[in-house]
Ligand binder design. Structure first.
Ligand SMILES: Nc1ncnc2c1ncn2[C@@H]1O[C@H](COP(=O)(O)OP(=O)(O)O)[C@@H](O)[C@H]1O
Ligand SMILES: [Mg+2]
Length: 352
């Protein structure tokens, strides 16, 4: 795209030169040849040349605009496909993330249910006891029965553990709810218009649903600065952040391999005047010098098929740079790790 614009610029410059050269010739001709008719003829020829050149350039410009449009549409499609792919891949991880709390909700409720059965037996027994006492009947045997039952069902244990079991179940449900909320936020189709958004909340949601991608290889450290609402296409930014987080997890996984060691992913946000920054750092192997120039190229990947498609950074760059007028940069040190930084205007100039 940029290349095509440059070519057009060069052509325009060439046209200006041609015109300048022709003017010189006309001037030269009129200086040493006072023949008015020949000057007139030259002028006509000059105008014809200019008109033809202008037409050609106009056609070239139209072609270029059409090409740009086609490319835009392709880019949107590509981005959409990558998002679907990411959501698909995350689905397995999210299912797993939800499954764990669901498991302990289920265990806790089983305990509560059994405890209730034991408690009802005990309550039944103590009712019989109090009925006997009220009727002034001999209640000794009944009381004895109650006591034995209390021991049999371990009444103290039940009473001690019922409330915590319910709390565990509530915790688990809270966890499930927060994962579902995060997923909804992430997958939100978003509007065509930019809208003010809480980027800390968005980053936290993205980290929640991507947890399964990194939690086996990395500790997550977050440092959320106070941010103003940022006017943006939130869904696209979520995708960019996700791509960076997945890359960080991959870089760490490559370093720790099967050693059982874990790296660290550090996510920071901060407010800097009329910009905000989101930084995603990893303790992976760093980016080799020889590929630094290439990592943002669409389809450039050093990963096996299935693990990488080479689109993550190309899309992140296009979202941050082209759509939001921001910057996507990185610092990387071999053997120590890499930090990617998204820098965004709080209020973008372009409203595409
Ligand atoms: N955090 C990182 N650490 C090391 N290398 C990275 C990191 N992020 C990206 N890369 C390199 O850049 C390449 C392109 O990344 P990306 O566009 O996300 O595609 P993919 O992850 O599918 O390979 C990766 O294959 C990898 O070589
Ligand atoms: Mg990637």
């Amino acid at each position: 795209m940029a290349d095509a614009a440059e070519v057009l610029e060069r052509k325009l410059a060439a046209r200006d030169k041609t015109i300048a050269a022709l003017m010189k010739r006309v001037e030269g001709a009129s200086a040493n040849n006072n023949n008015a008719f020949s000057t007139f003829e030259q002028n006509i020829r000059l105008e014809q040349v200019v008109a033809r050149k202008t037409e050609e350039l106009k056609a070239a410009q139209d072609r270029l605009l059409r090409e740009i449009e086609v490319q835009r549409a392709l880019e949107v499609e590509l981005r959409h496909a990558q998002k679907l792919e990411a959501v698909g891949r995350l689905a397995a991880g999210v299912a797993h993330e939800i499954n764990t709390p669901v498991q302990y909700v289920s265990d806790s409720l089983s305990f509560v249910r059994e405890a209730l059965a034991d408690l009802s037996r005990y309550i039944q027994c103590s009712r019989e006891l109090s009925a006997a006492v009220i009727a002034a009947e001999p209640a000794h045997a009944s009381a004895q029965g109650c006591q034995e039952l209390a021991e049999e069902v371990d009444l103290d244990y039940l009473l001690e553990n019922l409330a915590p079991a319910v709390d565990r179940a509530l915790d688990g449900l809270g966890r499930v709810a927060s994962i579902v909320r995060a997923l909804k936020r992430f997958a939100h189709p978003g509007s065509a218009q930019m809208a003010p958004a809480d980027l800390n909340e968005a980053v936290a949601s993205t980290l929640t649903i991507a947890a399964n991608e990194y939690k086996y290889v990395a500790e997550l450290v977050t440092d959320y600065g106070e941010l103003p609402l940022v006017t943006c296409h939130l869904g696209d930014l979520n995708q960019a952040v996700l791509n960076l987080v997945v890359n960080a997890a991959h870089a760490i996984a490559d370093v720790v391999a099967d050693s059982g060691a874990r790296g660290t992913i550090t996510v920071r946000t901060l407010h800097d005047g009329d910009h905000v920054q989101i930084e995603i750092g990893d303790t992976g192997g760093g980016i080799p010098d020889e590929i630094r120039e290439r990592i943002f190229e669409p389809f450039f990947t050093t990963k096996d098929v299935g693990r990488g498609t080479g689109q993550g950074l190309a899309i992140a760059r296009s979202v941050v740079h082209d759509d939001h007028g921001g910057e996507l940069s990185f610092v990387s040190e071999r053997g120590r790790g890499t930090t990617f930084r998204i820098r965004l205007p709080v209020m973008p100039q372009r409203s595409s």
